[in-house]
Ligand binder design. Structure first.
Ligand SMILES: Nc1nc2c(ncn2[C@@H]2O[C@H](COP(=O)(O)OP(=O)(O)OP(=O)(O)O)[C@@H](O)[C@H]2O)c(=O)[nH]1
Ligand SMILES: [Mg+2]
Length: 1022
């Protein structure tokens, strides 16, 4: 490079080519180097380079002087040039060395990525902490309060009402079938209580539903609820008395049944929202059964009333029949549940006459009951008959009571008169629809009708609005949506149920029921949704948290501090310092040992002492709440692993969070190291994986296997032979045979806990004798049920030994070890390590070498011995593989029925029921399909029927897979589905391979080789 190239036209040193120009930091580094070397010659250098004072001054005026002065040094980039500078500075006698990085930092991505705050939920108050990390305590709460949306009432007043008048608190879960309008229903209440600023858009064109309780990104994108979502509102009843309503919005899709089950654990009643067009669905039936079992009040909202008028165009009389049919359907269903009705303390019938049924159209913000109509008429109209007050008039408004128009009297004589509900309720509603939808800008007919029939003067400006909005305003002016709803809830839910505790004094110690963990919007923290059952809770107080397994394991307990306390508000949380009995709160800081639910107690409460909370279980600790087994329907599974094995810690942390968030998810780590994730269905696991990838692990790449199903093992016949099992040469022998349990009623009784072995033997024996016809001896012989925590089609262990050949005293002294061995066997069967179901294992005899003491000392050996004996019993009883079966529920139009049936039958399934939905062109189909064949069925049905059919899958039962799993000759083609007769074998071998189990499942492994040969010779084995 020529020397002159190093200087600009002004004589300033500019270094080499611009490509080689060094970065600002390198220049600074050089200056720093020189300064550190203590030369103090940076300035001198600039002078030497001919930078005269005047020029400096000129540049000073531009404000760039300092930079440019440095530029003498700074601008030289090339190593060569820097060396020149240094040589000039130090002379040739000093060796100078300039180090530069091999690769210049051209990459724009930082080496260490800054922490990104993922936000998967819309939460007004959650951002405060990330935006102001230094805020704490009172300041943090103040800032959160500042962000809360405005209400039409005083929030402080609501909090005080909760504390001081707990009788005014009601807690209900809003439940129902998919898309029956639950979230929209709650939206209407939210809109009525909040300032309009929360409404996304008011004009029809850009109208967006609020969906205030669907705040997860997935819920917003998919337009369906996935999680339960609590919100507390202060709402007036028809008399204007304000109540604090804790509402829990729940998902309607059967895949998320765990969420609605959790919500039901915290409430006094349920509001069943039914789409009046679809009628009572299988999901509604499940929910009603659950309410009856849990003794929860049932309120019904017949929603989407507008669809009867606008979509189905039913005349008022048919619309009445349709609604009456639904209500009769519900009552008929309740009547079939006699097993729960004796203990059910609420009205056993739902009817508008009881005040537990209201009619609504959530999108039109319309809700009314017969009481509202009775009041409306009573105030505005002459009903005929002076003695008719609003209450008695109301009693005429439902059922087969007719109105004689000419005489203005009510009659039970049908002949030509309309139903009084049709005349007084439906016809005016229909007229309002008609007048509003055909109304011109003057709205003469409508305003005339409103004034003359209802005494309502309607503002003229409204007539210029879009018809749906006008319709909403018309209904709003006639009926108060929140009042109608609150009246129903207050009437139907007993305050006593809150109050086993409410009536107690304030000094009562705190008891709370945590029903679910709710993740923060960044997925890092969890708050527990807690119902205060007794006493009160305040921020900073200590609580004893009893985990879900506390009843079996006393160590599942921790004393923790309440760090955060909030009242839920859908998309926000209201920080409070304390909360009283009956409240529904979110508590932070106590989640470490909670996965699904927990019992929370004031540490002063002795956990063994009985208290009057009244809702405890009979586990010996009377205050421990039962936590439902959410995973019993989790039969659909996939294997997962991080794409990059080094990401395993992040992956496991994500799974831990999934476990806390998704109640029905279950993770199992197989012996091969494979992580298996289970859930109730495809949609559920899809959501779990979405959150695992994007929410809880920050875009972690995860490999997912093809979906498969959980299997079980069973036997189809009684063991052909009794074989005594032994281990080594200890001389201890035990003989166990297996036989299938053919009594499905007994299976159901075990599943429902009616046969509870924690009760005295007498109790179980009585049930078995009286209800199942067992003889007295057999009835006392039941020792254990299994598999663990999953008693669907349970297996059982029976003591069938006779005193002549077994030392009964010794046998009983070893009962615990024997039961442990049995449980081990039925948890992991011999075919492919899957649970054994529907099998009775009978101990026929036992011989133990040595004294009782020796035998007891050898109980460690006894456990594997019993396991081996059970395996032997099963493998000699024609073992079979079981697979889970879904019930498939389809709602479809008539032309699509055939296509649906075909799709189901192609997957080894069958449609067995077909019923038309009254008043519509739709049909409900019901059938069965194996879980393993179900992947993609929902999508297939929707695609093939062009959206005319919609299907839901719900785990129903275990069924035997065709084929013999031990048949070595079974034909299994490569890369093709196995024929039906080889399915069991195919599934067993694939499962074994995936789990890393070597070899064949065979009796040979468990019996003496000579015995095995003998059995083969006699043709007793294949
Ligand atoms: N015509 C009509 N549509 C309604 C009414 N209420 C809700 N919808 C519509 O029904 C669909 C489902 O409404 P949502 O409120 O999300 O129903 P949901 O029961 O919360 O749904 P999931 O929670 O996913 O089960 C939406 O498209 C609503 O606009 C109603 O009263 N009339
Ligand atoms: Mg919803």
């Amino acid at each position: 490079m020529e020397d002159e190239d190093l200087y600009d036209e002004f004589g300033n040193f500019i270094g080499g080519n611009s490509d080689d120009s060094s970065s600002e930091s390198e220049r600074d580094e050089l200056v720093e180097t020189l300064e550190l070397l203590g030369t103090g010659e940076v300035d001198d250098l600039s002078e030497e380079d001919g930078n005269d004072e005047d020029e400096d001054e000129d540049e000073d005026e531009d404000g760039d002087a300092v930079t440019d002065r440095k530029s003498l040094v700074v601008k030289d980039d090339a190593e060569l040039n820097r060396n020149d500078v240094l040589v000039k500075a130090y002379g040739t006698a000093v060796e100078t060395l300039v180090m530069s990085e091999d690769t210049p930092m051209t990459n724009e991505e930082p080496v260490i990525k800054p922490l990104t705050h993922k936000k998967m939920k819309v939460e007004f108050t959650d951002d405060v902490r990330s935006k102001n990390p230094l805020l704490e305590g009172e300041d943090l709460c103040k800032e959160m309060w500042r962000l809360l949306p405005e209400l039409n009432y005083d929030r402080e007043y609501m909090i005080q009402t909760m504390k001081l008048v707990p009788e005014r608190i009601r807690t209900v879960a809003v439940v129902g079938g998919l898309h029956s309008g639950k979230t929209t229903f709650i939206d209407t209440l939210v809109l009525d209580t909040h300032s309009p600023s929360i409404q996304p858009s008011k004009t029809l064109k850009s109208f967006k539903p609020l969906r205030f309780t669907d705040n997860h990104k997935m819920e917003i994108e998919r337009g369906m609820s996935i999680r339960l979502s609590p919100v507390t509102l202060l709402l007036p009843d028809l008399r204007g008395i304000s109540y604090v309503l804790n509402l829990i919005d729940t998902p309607g899709h059967v895949a998320f049944e765990d969420e609605s089950t959790a919500a039901l654990q915290a409430v006094d009643g349920m509001v069943l929202v039914i789409d009046v067009v679809e009628g009572l669905t299988f999901r509604d039936r499940n929910l009603i059964t659950e309410a009856l079992r849990m003794d929860l009040a049932i309120c019904v909202v017949l929603n989407k009333l507008d669809r009867l008028v606008l979509d189905l165009r039913l005349p008022p009389r048919d619309a009445y029949y349709k609604m009456e049919y639904i209500i009769d359907d519900i009552n008929a269903f309740i009547d079939t549940k006699s097993e729960y009705l004796t203990t059910y303390s609420h009205p056993k019938q739902v009817t508008p006459l009881n005040g537990n049924v209201i009619f609504a159209s959530s999108t039109l913000q319309l809700a009314f009951s017969i009481e509202t109509f009775a009041n409306l008429y009573y105030e505005n109209m002459d009903l005929g008959g002076d003695d008719l007050d609003a209450t008695s008039f109301q009693q005429y408004l439902w059922g087969d009571i007719f109105y004689d128009l000419s005489n203005k009297t009510f009659t039970t004589n049908q002949t030509v008169h309309p139903h009084s509900f049709v005349h007084f309720v439906l016809e005016p509603i229909y007229k309002l629809f008609t007048y509003t939808l055909v109304s011109d800008v003057k709205g003469l007919e409508l305003s005339h009708y409103l004034w003359h029939e209802f005494g309502v003067e309607f503002p003229k400006a409204n007539f210029k609005l879009d018809p749906p909005i006008l319709l909403r305003n018309v209904f709003h002016s006639l009926f108060s949506f929140p009042k109608v709803f609150t009246q129903m809830v207050v009437r139907s839910t007993h305050v006593e149920s809150v109050s086993g505790s409410v009536s107690g004094s304030e000094s009562e110690s705190f008891i709370g029921k945590a029903v679910k963990l709710i993740e923060s919007s960044n997925g890092q923290d969890f708050l527990a949704l807690v119902r205060v059952i007794q006493g009160s809770i305040s921020k900073g107080s200590r609580v004893r948290v009893l985990g879900e397994t506390f009843a079996e394991n006393d160590e599942d307990m921790a004393i923790q501090t309440v760090n955060e306390l909030y009242i839920p508000g859908g998309r926000y949380k209201v920080p409070v310092n304390d909360a009283g009995v009956g409240s529904l709160v979110l508590i932070g800081g106590i989640d470490s040992i909670i996965n699904s639910g927990a019992t929370l107690l004031d540490p002063v409460i002795s956990i063994d002492a009985p208290t009057d909370a009244g809702t405890g279980t009979g586990t010996g600790h009377s205050t421990i709440f039962t936590i439902p087994d959410y995973t019993c329907k989790s039969v659909f599974k996939v294997a997962i692993e991080p794409a990059n094995p080094s990401e395993l810690p992040r992956f496991l942390d994500g799974l831990r969070k999934i476990n806390k968030t998704y109640l029905a998810s279950r993770l199992k780590v197989e012996a091969s190291g494979e992580h298996v994730l289970m859930g109730p269905g495809e949609l559920y696991l899809d959501c779990v994986l979405h959150d695992l990838r994007l929410f809880f692990t920050d875009d972690l790449e995860i490999k997912v296997s093809d979906p498969t199903a959980k299997f079980s093992e069973t036997c189809s016949e009684t063991s052909v032979v009794k074989i005594a099992s032994s281990i080594g040469s200890t001389g201890n022998k035990i003989s166990v045979i297996a036989e299938p349990n053919k009594d499905w009623k007994l299976s159901r009784a075990i599943e429902q806990g009616k046969l509870d072995l924690s009760q005295p033997v007498k109790h179980t024996a009585k049930v078995l004798r009286k209800e199942f016809g067992w003889d007295a001896l057999a009835a006392r012989s039941v020792w254990s049920f299994g598999p663990n925590n999953d008693l669907k089609s349970a297996s059982m262990l029976l003591d069938d030994t006779l005193e002549e050949n077994t030392d009964k005293v010794l046998l009983y002294s070893l009962k615990d070890s024997i039961c442990t061995g049995f449980k081990w066997a039925v948890n992991e069967g011999p075919l492919c390590d899957e649970p054994i179901r529907n099998t009775k294992f009978k101990i026929l005899d036992m011989a133990l070498a040595g004294s009782v003491v020796q035998a007891a000392g050898g109980s460690a050996q006894l456990v594997p011995l019993v396991r081996k004996a059970c395996y032997t019993g099963l493998l000699t009883a024609k073992p079979r593989l079981m697979e889970p079966i879904y019930t498939v529920h389809v709602t479809t139009s008539e032309p699509a029925i055939e296509a649906v049936s075909l799709l189901v039958s192609k997957r080894r399934g069958k449609i067995i029921h077909q019923n038309p939905i009254p008043g519509t062109a739709l049909h409900q189909l019901e059938g069965f399909i194996p879980v393993i064949e179900s992947a993609g069925l929902e999508t297939d049905i929707r695609l093939r029927t062009q959206g005319q059919a919609m299907c839901f899958l719900e785990f129903r039962k275990w069924d035997i897979v065709p084929g013999d799993p031990l048949d070595l000759e079974a034909f299994i083609p490569k890369l093709k589905p196995a024929p039906k007769s080889s399915l069991a074998r195919d599934f067993v071998m694939k499962t074994r391979r995936r789990k890393g189990l070597s070899g064949e499942p065979s009796l040979q492994k468990y019996v003496d080789p000579n015995i095995y040969l003998q059995l083969k010779e006699r043709g007793l084995l294949l």
